[in-house]
Every structure is written in C-alpha cells, then in structure tokens.
Design a protein around this ligand. Structure first.
Ligand code: T1G
Length: 675
C-alpha cells in the first residue's frame, strides 16, 4: 500500500506532504510516514530545514478517531510530536484548512508555524470527551498562554489564523494559494538559527486564573468530566517540567478515553455523520437545483426558517396573508440579524446582504418561481391541505413542496396535490435559525431525489438532519409524549414540578419538563376554551398561567424570570388529585428516571421496529440536537445500551409498562440498539 506521505526537496528544504483524504487524519500510516521523513532529515546533512504540510482540503484534523480502542501502532502521536520537536533543524508547519487536535499538536511541536489567513486552529478533543493527548495541554500554555490554552482545550472551538497569530501560536501568515512556497522561504530564512522548542518555554501564570475560569464556566461544564479534568491538569502542571506534565496528560487522557462520556461523545460524532446517509439511495443520485426558496408564513417559524437560507446566501420569497403580519415578520428577521451583528458575529454588510436576498410579498403566485417551498403556518390539517392544493396549481414542475408541521400526517397533506412525489416534511425546531436539528419526513410517495436534495440542503444551511417516517410526532415529539405523560401523572401521584425537574437537570438536561413547558408556553397546543378543563395543564392555561411570558405557569416568576414554587399550582394539583381520586405515594428519584426516560426508550424501540427511523443512532442525534439530551450521555438509545437493556425492561415492567417487542428481544439476546 502506498504511503499517504511523500517527501520532496526544494533546495535544502525537505517538504513532508500528507495526502490522506478526506481530512488527513493522523492514522498509523501517516504517523509512520512523517516519522520516516523526520528521520530522513536527521540523517541527511544536505537537508537544512523541514516543512510539514498537507494536500487536500485541510491540514491534519487530528488523530484518526476510528483507531480509538484498537491496538496502537507505533509511533504513537505523543512519541511522534516529541521526535518532530527534537530535530535539530528548523521544522515549519504549513497550515491550511483546520489544524485540529493532534494536527494542532503537530504544529505546536514544530519549531515555527505559518498559516494562510483562512486557516483555523483548534483542540476539539473535549467534544469527544477526552483531552489533547499529544502534548497539547503542555505546549499550548507555553506558546499561547494559559488563558488561550484553557479556552481552546476546554471548549474545543477553533480560532482563526489571525487570532492564532495574535496569541503567538502562528509566527507568520502566508498568502492564500502560496502556502508551501512561503513556508519554504520561511524555512530558508531560519536555517542556522537555534531552533525554538515550545516545550522548553516557561509557563507564566497568575494562579487566580484557574478559579476565575472555573467560576465563569461552572454551568457550562456541569456534569462533564473532560473540561474539568483539563482545567485541573493545566493548573497542576503549570510550572512543572514538560516531561512531568506530559506524563500527567497521558494519565488524564487514558482515564477519559476509557470513560462512558467519551464513548458517548464519539458515538454522537459518528452518529451525526451517519444520519446524513439515506439507506437505499445512491450517494451520487442527481439532486434538484435549489436556487430560490419560498416560505409561507412570516411568523416565528417562517422567519427563522427564512434566515437559514438568507444566511447561506439563498434568495427567499416570504408570503403572508396581511401586510401587517408581513411587516412584523420581516422586522423580526432584521432585528435578529442586527442583534447578531451587535455581538460582532456578523458585519453590517452581511446583514444588508442577507436582507437583500429577502422578497416579502402578499402575492401567493410569486411562489411559482421557487424551487423549494416550505409551508410554516399554524398546525391545522385543513389549512395545510388548502395551501398545498393551491401550491399544486402554481408551483413550477419539479419544485419541492415541504411542510414544517411538527406532528401532522405528511401523506395526507401530499394527497392534497397531484405531485405527492415532490412532497415531504421539513420539521425545523424553534428558534429555527438557531436549533441545529432538522427532521426530514419521508412521505410514502416522496421521491428519492427529493429526499436526497433535502439532505443536501440541510448541509448547506448547516443543520444536522435526520430522516423520519410519517407517524404522529415523527421521532422527537413522539418520544417526548410518553415523557410528558409520565411527568404529569407523577404530579398527580405526589411529586412536585421542582422535584421532577431537578432529577432531569441532575441527569444533564438543560431543564426539566415543567421548566420547558413554562419556557415554550403552557398554552402551546391548548384548545383555548377556558371552560373546558380536562387536566392540570388546561387548568393552568384557563387561569392565564401560560408560563414565563405571563410570569406564571408551573412556577411563579419574578421580573428577572427567576422561578419559584407556586402555592397556587400546588393547590391546583391537590384539587386534581382529589377530583381524579389518585392515591399519592412517595415518588423516588429512581421512579422519576425510569418512568419518563425508560418509556422514551421504549417508544424509540417502537419507532425503530416500525422503521420510522433508519437507525438507533439517528434517534440519539434527534435528542441531542433537538431536545437538550446531554451529549455526554450519547442520546436515549445509546444511554439505554449503557444502562443495559435488561435493566430497562425490568424498570418498565416494575411500573407496569408494556415493553416494546424489539426492546425485549434485544434484552433477551444481550444485544444493544447501537451495534
Ligand atoms: N478521524 C477519523 N475520521 C474523521 C476525522 C478524524 N479525526 N475527522 C473527520 N473524519 C471523517 C468523518 O467521519 C467523515 O467520514 C469524513 O471524515 C468527513 O468529515 C491525541 C486523540 C475536520 C472539521 O475532533 O471536526 O486528535 O462520514 O463530514 O464537515 O490530541 O470532520 O464521510 O465516512 O465532518 O468538512 C480531534 C474531528 C481528534 C476533528 C471537517 N479532531 N473532525 O468537517 O467533514 S482526537 C477532531 C471534524 C485527537 C489527540 C487526540 C470535522 C472537520 P464519512 P466531515 P466536514
């Protein structure tokens, strides 16, 4: 097998080039090739300097994650980076694309770093539940300072080449498209000068930095092993010799990589990428061309959906029934963009650029120019069927017709047209311009190229998309229902909203079911008849307790929206308990985990058996990207696998739930949902 590494000479400079698509992952062959290149340089006096660079779209994007858990092939990355740094001839890392994880560590071990302005540097290991394990926690503080090292290693977000230069991580910026030549010239300039080894540099730090950093990020790092381990490690090794520091780094790395959290986060990394693959459809299927998008409805969802396309540079025609609603909707879009610009995440030109692509209109026929039309009006089947009937008459042949419904039957909507093959669901999550998840709902007659085009569009607008079948609530909302039902039942049986929410938050959710209801609005989905009170939620809605927006819902809220337990809600629950004659009992934490969460897993098993989801990992992606399931628990199906399906079955039976056949079968066979 040919090595992904080649070496070439330009005068007395040796160029080591990696060509290991798609992202130059530092797999065994790459490491062995680089090591051979360094040894070649060490052994040849005519070589005075070395440039390490990569072909393809990016510099090394890190260790090869697919090698984790497999027997290590020498040299390991820690050994290789130390060999690079030990060379007594200048080594220049020439960076384009994203120098991530082990790739950033190769750059740190090199004596100099040159990068094109579009390059990025990052230590994303923490997003895989591990830490930079090839010297990154020791060299980054020495090169860029402790603050930058803490930010980069604990949050995992990349920094730009100019930020890296400002931090001392990049020595020089190259001209775009001229990287290698500029790197060779840089190499020739430093030949003969003493090489600067970053591991020999001192770490200067004010010890209070760590306490301040912990305090500032306590909420963000809650429940996560890796970021807290990284802060401790950098603190404990600051001022220690490099050799001692990397030993502690190795220990920390091995402890984390063996942990469940890292297994969960690596599962989500690959699950997110697998979700984009549609079983039974060829990856090279011809896609439909989407040049202009139409959005029906300029409300919260319509506006958010439009922003995704405007931000991606796709022109949008947005339609409303009344001028006032149209103006309100386009006004909100501009306000949102200006808020983003005020935070420095967009320029004023970019705001005008996006708004310039928006065509607001009251003329429904204007949608005739669009290649993809997304209906985002309120949830009413007759209204949606009426709209799709009208769309069928004016939309151009081959246009994709999508509904943003959260629950309703896509096949029934498609049947309102003469072109059901062009109809599917595109279920965005609120706020649609922020939430990453997109459920692509495959109708019974949806054409393969329509589905594949929708998947490609989701990538263009930077969404994480999952294919769902037509069933009530699709994947996410369908699994949310048993959780809500059990949470409401436990209120009647003696638990308080706070008690239930606390267990969910301790589990790692950003909030519990009742805090979520108050945020989203207790009146969402309410029938609006204050005289028809069939449950606690109706009673709250009828009293105007619609949640945070009314400073009262399942909790009372002060002007700062700080929640407090509500005596009125406790009273209401007690009234309903009596009215429905529900015996109260002491509700344990175990019960609050089993009933809402095990029933979700059970519903997930039904969804898989009915083929409403392609694979268990898709369900995990839905919950992590759409419903705040903690990524370090890998999603409900992965979590069930770690709990053990036998335990899940026993828990469900203990509380009298009917166990899904697929779940029982897998438990009996000792199998898992995620292979
Ligand atoms: N190892 C193996 N495969 C990888 C990979 C990696 N590091 N990165 C990407 N892939 C695969 C990915 O699964 C997909 O495969 C294809 O490449 C394209 O990826 C000691 C131990 C670089 C920003 O965490 O963030 O170094 O689905 O679809 O959108 O400290 O990939 O086509 O079969 O994501 O253009 C640290 C992970 C590793 C970076 C490109 N590095 N990668 O995004 O393409 S740990 C990371 C990314 C480490 C050391 C430790 C992104 C990207 P398939 P893609 P993209």
């Amino acid at each position: 097998m040919t090595s992904p590494i080649t070496t070439t000479r330009q005068g007395d400079v040796l160029i080591i080039t990696s060509d290991n698509p798609p992202v130059n992952a530092l797999g065994a062959a790459v490491r062995q090739g680089i090591q051979a290149g360094i040894q070649e340089a060490a052994g040849d006096d005519s070589i005075k300097a070395v440039v390490i660079t990569c072909a393809g779209k990016t510099f090394f994007a890190g260790a090869d994650i697919t090698e984790f858990g497999k027997p290590m092939q020498e040299p390991s990355l820690p050994v290789l980076v130390d060999e690079i740094e030990a060379l007594d001839k200048p080594v220049i890392a020439a960076v384009h694309g994203t120098a991530l994880g082990g790739g950033c560590e190769v750059a740190l071990a090199s004596h100099y770093r040159i990068a094109v302005p579009s390059a990025k540097f990052g230590l994303p290991e923490v997003k895989l539940g591990i830490l930079p394990g090839a010297g990154g926690t020791q060299r980054m503080p020495r090169v860029a300072g402790v603050e930058v090292a803490l930010e980069m290693a604990t949050k995992g977000d990349p920094i730009s080449a100019s930020q890296a230069q400002a931090a001392g991580l990049v020595d020089r910026l190259a001209t775009e498209g001229n990287l290698v030549a500029d790197a060779v010239a840089f190499g020739q300039e430093v030949i003969g000068k003493p090489v600067s080894r970053s591991s020999e540099r001192p770490v200067t730090v004010d010890a209070t930095v760590f306490e301040k950093f912990r305090a500032a990020n306590a909420k963000r790092f809650r429940g996560m092993d890796a970021p807290n381990t990284i802060v401790d490690l950098i603190e404990q090794t600051a001022g220690k010799p490099y050799a001692e520091g990397v030993q502690a780094e190795r220990m920390g790395f091995m402890k984390l990589i063996m942990g469940t959290q890292s297994a969960a986060l690596r599962h989500i990394f690959f699950a997110e990428r697998k979700a984009a693959k549609i079983d039974g459809i060829a990856e090279d299927i011809a896609l439909r061309d989407i040049k202009r998008v139409g959005v029906i409805g300029a409300g919260t969802m319509g506006g958010g959906i439009s922003m995704n396309f405007l931000t991606a540079g796709v022109p949008v025609t947005i339609v409303e029934m009344a001028q006032e609603a149209l103006d309100r909707g386009t006004g909100v879009i501009r306000k949102n963009y200006e808020a983003t610009a005020a935070k420095g995440r967009m320029t004023a030109e970019q705001v005008e650029g996006a708004m310039g692509l928006l065509t607001p209109t009251l003329d429904f026929d204007a949608l005739g120019e669009c290649d993809l039309i997304i209906e985002a009006v309120y949830e009413n089947m007759d209204v949606k069927k009426d709209i799709f009937g009208k769309l069928d008459k004016i939309a151009k042949p081959g246009a994709i017709l999508a509904s943003n419904t959260s629950y309703l039957n896509i096949d029934e909507i498609a049947a309102a047209t003469s072109r059901p093959q062009d109809v599917l669901g595109l279920h965005f999550f609120s706020p649609a311009n922020v939430m990453k998840l997109l459920e692509i709902v495959r109708g019974a007659k949806t054409a393969d190229d329509v589905l594949a085009t929708a998947m490609a569009v989701s990538k263009k607008i930077r969404k994480v998309a999952v294919i769902a079948g037509v069933c009530y609530g699709f994947i996410g909302n369908r699994m949310l229902m048993p959780r809500q039902v059990e949470a409401n039942k436990m209120l009647l049986e003696g638990a308080t909203p706070e008690q239930i929410d606390k267990v969910h938050v301790a589990f790692g959710m950003p909030m519990g079911p009742f805090q979520m209801a108050d945020l989203a609005g207790v009146d969402i989905g309410w029938h609006r008849d204050p005289n028809r009170i069939e449950n606690i939620r109706d009673a709250l809605a009828a009293e105007g307790r619609w949640g945070q927006k009314k400073s009262a819902g399942f909790y009372d809220y002060d002007e700062k929206r700080t929640p407090s337990n509500s005596p009125r809600v406790a009273e209401l629950i007690a009234e309903w308990r009596e009215k429905l004659n529900v015996p109260a009992h002491e509700i344990t934490e175990e019960e609050i985990v089993v009933r809402p969460l095990y029933t979700m897993v059970n519903e997930g098993a039904l969804i898989l058996a009915e083929k409403m989801a392609q694979r268990a990992s898709d369900i995990d992606v839905v919950w992590v990207y759409g419903y705040g399931w903690p990524p370090y628990r890998g999603g409900p199906m992965f979590w069930a696998d770690t709990e053990g399906l036998k335990k899940i079955v026993e828990g469900l039976e203990k509380y009298g739930f009917e166990v899904a056949p697929l779940l029982r079968e897998k438990a009996e066979k000792g199998e898992k949902f995620n292979k």
